[in-house]
Ligand binder design. Structure first.
Ligand code: NAD
Ligand code: UFG
Length: 338
């Protein structure tokens, strides 16, 4: 089966492509390098030893999509391309809505024209409203999103759901990722934020190699075990494996399926920092700062539905995540530019 992966040069896309190829799928990938580098694709090709077709393009370009769907017998699309920086989405809402919604609409339209019936979408835990009890389940309340990025994922989910209901035989899986961290165990691919990282793990990793002077801990007065925020951190290769399980699910199910991809375990900021210090052997300079606006105290998922219906669960530990992130960051202190 040939799978079209959008956003293939990104953090999650590179790991997804590797697993697809390891599992015997053919891959065609596309990316416009808005938040990634050609070197990422070169490294994926070197790791898997396969020169899969790659297109540098904006996936909103319907003519280029038609060219690809004419040239390759695509049976499934995994749509990871999107803008994802929460803070930037507040200052540039139109860019986020245009990019994330139009790309989804153009891809679904091209799939309809070419009779492609299987679709997997990168959604996010950010679609859940802040009022829910933990753990979050797929039936927890969505909406009331805290920023345009979150709303763009919420709206894409609605578009995909409406499209699926209107098109008999079309099937879609919405994967709501929790907090992906870690890197491929080779140390050759990993997360390479273009600017100062927004997320905790790349901030820890860059502080450890001396690119950043210290880590701000955003709040130590939450109602959690040590007062710092708690999240459900999932290794990116476990997350990638969830996409392979979703493809298998699409082989036997019509309609729409929604799955949370996380570990089911909440880990605090201080616990993650301490695990990284153990894995790297390097002490991390840190300061307690004010709470970050919009942050929840605790966010983690139930894993029951993904286990039962996808036959998938995360296997790697927080220590694995830290060891693999450290290997990537130590070998590539400046990311793919090293
Ligand atoms: P990433 O930025 O590393 O990868 C996204 C890729 O999409 C980038 O390579 C970027 O250049 C590309 N892209 C963006 N717009 C494009 C367009 N119009 N045409 C072609 N390429 C385009 O991000 P990631 O962490 O790999 O995330 C992948 C997906 O997962 C995104 O949709 C993101 O919103 C979603 N997600 C990520 C997280 C996370 O914490 N990393 C959590 C939940 C959901
Ligand atoms: N944190 C710090 N210091 C930092 C960065 C983060 O203390 O420098 C704390 C945050 O306050 C929070 C925790 O670390 O308690 C995790 O923060 P992240 O920014 O790494 O992750 P979030 O849970 O806030 O959000 C991320 C993505 C969202 C996505 C969500 C769920 O940024 O886009 O995970 O998938 F929706």
């Amino acid at each position: 089966m040939t799978i079209f992966v959008t956003g293939g040069a990104g953090y999650i896309g590179t790991h997804v492509i590797l697993q697809l190829i390891e599992q015997g799928y053919d891959v065609v990938a596309a990316d416009n390098f808005a938040n990634s580098k050609p070197e990422a694709i070169a490294r994926v090709k070197a790791l898997c030893g396969y020169d899969f077709p790659f297109y540098e393009m904006d996936v909103r370009d319907c003519n280029r999509l038609s060219d690809i769907f004419t040239a390759h017998h695509i049976e499934c699309v995994i749509h990871l391309a999107g803008l994802k920086a929460v803070g930037e989405s507040i200052s540039k809402p139109l860019e986020y809505y245009t990019n994330n919604l139009d790309s989804t609409i153009e891809i679904l339209s091209a799939m309809k024209r070419y009779g492609i019936r299987k679709f997997i979408f990168s959604s996010s835990a950010t679609v859940y409203s802040g009022e829910n009890d933990m753990p979050l389940t797929e039936d927890s309340h969505t909406g009331s999103c805290a920023n345009p990025y979150g709303w763009s994922k919420f709206m894409c989910e609605q578009i995909i759901s409406d499209f699926t209901h209107a098109n008999n035989g079309f099937s879609a899986v919405l994967l709501r990722y929790f907090n992906p961290i870690g890197a491929h165990e080779s140390g050759k691919i990993g997360e390479d934020p273009q600017d100062i990282p927004n997320n905790l793990m790349p901030f820890i990793a860059q502080t450890t190699v001396g690119r950043l002077p210290f880590l701000n801990i955003y709040g130590n007065d939450y109602n959690t075990s040590d007062g710092t925020g708690v999240r459900d951190y999932i290794h990116v290769t476990d997350l990638a494996a969830g996409h392979v399980s979703a493809i298998k699910h699409l082989d036997t199910h019509d309609g729409i399926g929604i799955y949370n991809l996380g570990t089911g375990v909440g880990v605090s900021v201080l616990e993650l920092v301490s695990a990284f210090e153990d894995a790297s052997g390097v002490g991390i300079k840190k300061k307690i700062a004010a709470r970050r606006p919009g942050d929840l105290a605790i966010c983690y998922t139930s894993t029951t539905k993904a286990k039962i219906e996808l036959g998938w669960e995360a296997k790697k530990s927080i220590r694995d995540c830290c060891i693999d992130t450290w290997r990537w960051q130590k070998n590539n202190p400046h990311g793919y530019e090293t």
